[in-house]
Design a protein around this ligand. Structure first.
Ligand code: PEP
Ligand code: MN
Length: 454
């Protein structure tokens, strides 16, 4: 729809067009016990200020367009599920530091701008394979993320509570505030490249990072001596994203941009649709097709060329650069068989979405001791398969989507410190999927940098 016809629509008409999603099936929504309380929470959310500005989402779309052309690389990462409890200054800082460090490794390796997008400030709603969970004969609703219910296995905690929608907004606001302070207030200054490494347990990946930081330092001192203006290095762009799963949260935060008259979901800069909710006729695809934010869609191993083309037609009918990102999550054993055909089919249609790899979600296993984990080797193997597939087809491997944390957890098997099944128990903290710890995150970044240098 062009801008002229949009201006002739009233706000009410624009929202009526948005709300057709209500007629479609929305998977993975909670069964709220009290409809009135949900309406009250939505009403309250709708009166709150936007979390992000539409112009920032537009800027990110332009950055992603550069990545789709091979002129930048996307690093998207963070927790599988953020929790309200972990939204503390220290832990947010460590996650930001980890992503900044990974970005430096990638920027240096690729000699390309790295677009930094956190799975942060809104990653609070989770799709689950089952509505209920049973422990020792007791069955309760499954944990669906802090935006819906509590992780603690009691009836009270597991009952969906709509006031969490409002709480999630406020936790997101304070998280985003701190991210903005860190990335605009001097902390992300490239001359702090050593400082980001401090406070983490010393290990070989850290030391490799230190060596690279020393090289960057030398280059900066050289530029200083030459009188080069450093202002561009003192701040960094940092965007936030989450899976737009819970429509009762996304809808009240969707607003009309006063500059353009277009709809933006102001809960985050970029929003993605998960593997379980990407049905072409479902509510999520319909809803996100109508907001102007950059949109991601996860594609698992069963995705066909036809699925991808239909998603492009629905979400990105104008083929707008940077609008649509496909996040493939095939599994290490399947990516080399499945991805090349998908890439070729989409390429042949003339569409140019951004392709990034999520090497985490296709590689889940459960240990005999009951831990949900992944093998670091499988994650690496899928990463390599991603680069191979793009080389084979001649398309552009534009970024990575990873579950990482700055904390010293033991959730993913392997890596240089070789976490084994026994060690998993020592510090397994994730409430949903296992994350790479700080050291594994750096190891992965160094590996990706090697691929980008080829
Ligand atoms: C996730 O990103 O945490 C997730 C649930 O992924 P997917 O939709 O790919 O399974
Ligand atoms: Mn996950």
């Amino acid at each position: 729809m062009n801008a002229v016809s949009k201006q002739t629509l009233s706000a009410q008409q624009i929202f009526e067009q948005l709300d057709t999603y209500r007629l479609l099936e929305a998977k993975q929504q909670p069964s709220w016990p009290d409809a009135r309380a949900v309406e009250a929470a939505k009403q309250e959310l709708s009166t709150q200020p936007p979390l992000v500005f539409a112009g920032e989402a537009d800027q990110l779309r332009e950055r992603l367009a550069a990545a789709a052309r091979g002129e930048a690389f996307l690093l998207q990462g963070g927790d599988c599920a953020e929790t309200f409890e972990a939204a503390t200054a220290d832990r947010i800082r460590d996650r930001v530091k980890t992503l900044l460090q990974m970005a430096v490794v990638l920027t240096y390796g690729a000699s390309m701008p790295v677009i930094k997008v956190g799975r942060m400030a809104g990653q609070f709603a989770k799709p689950r394979s089952s509505d209920n969970e049973t422990r020792e004969g007791v069955t309760l609703p499954a944990y669906r993320g802090d935006l819906v219910n509590g992780y603690e296995f009691t009836e009270q905690s597991r009952t969906p509570d709509p006031s969490r929608l409002v709480q999630g907004y406020h936790v997101s606001a304070s998280t985003l505030n701190l991210i903005r302070a860190f990335t605009q207030g001097g902390f992300a200054d490239l001359r702090q490249v050593h400082a980001w490494n401090q406070g983490f347990v010393s290990n070989p990946a850290n030391r490799r990072y230190e060596a690279l930081a020393a090289e960057i330092d030398r280059a900066l001192r050289f530029m200083d001596a030459c009188g080069v203006d450093h202002t561009a290095l003192t701040q960094t762009e940092f965007y936030v994203s989450h899976e737009a799963l819970l429509l009762d949260y996304e809808r009240p935060l969707t607003r009309i941009d006063s500059r353009t008259g277009n709809l933006y979901d102001t809960s985050g800069h970029m929003l993605w649709i998960g593997e379980r909710t990407r049905d072409i006729d479902g509510a999520h695809v319909d809803y996100l097709s109508k907001v102007r934010n950059p949109i991601g869609v996860k594609l698992g191993p069963t995705a066909t060329v036809d699925d991808a083309l239909r998603l492009i037609d629905k979400i990105d009918p104008e083929r707008e650069p940077g609008r649509l990102t496909f996040i493939t999550r095939m599994g290490a054993g399947k990516i080399r068989d499945v991805l090349p055909g998908l890439l070729a089919g989409v390429r042949d249609s003339g569409a140019q979405p951004l392709w990034i790899t999520d090497p985490m979600h296709g590689n889940g296993i459960t240990t005999a001791t009951g831990y949900k984990t992944r093998r670091f080797d499988d994650v690496m193997n899928e990463l390599l398969g991603f680069f191979e597939a793009h080389r084979e087809v001649g398309t552009i491997p534009g970024g990575i989507h990873v579950e990482v944390t700055g904390d010293d957890v033991t959730e993913v098997l392997g890596g240089a410190e070789n976490i084994d099944e026994e060690a998993l128990a020592t510090r397994y903290e994730s409430v949903v999927d296992p994350r790479l710890n700080h050291r594994q995150s750096l190891e992965l970044a160094f590996q990706v940098a090697e691929e980008l240098k080829r």
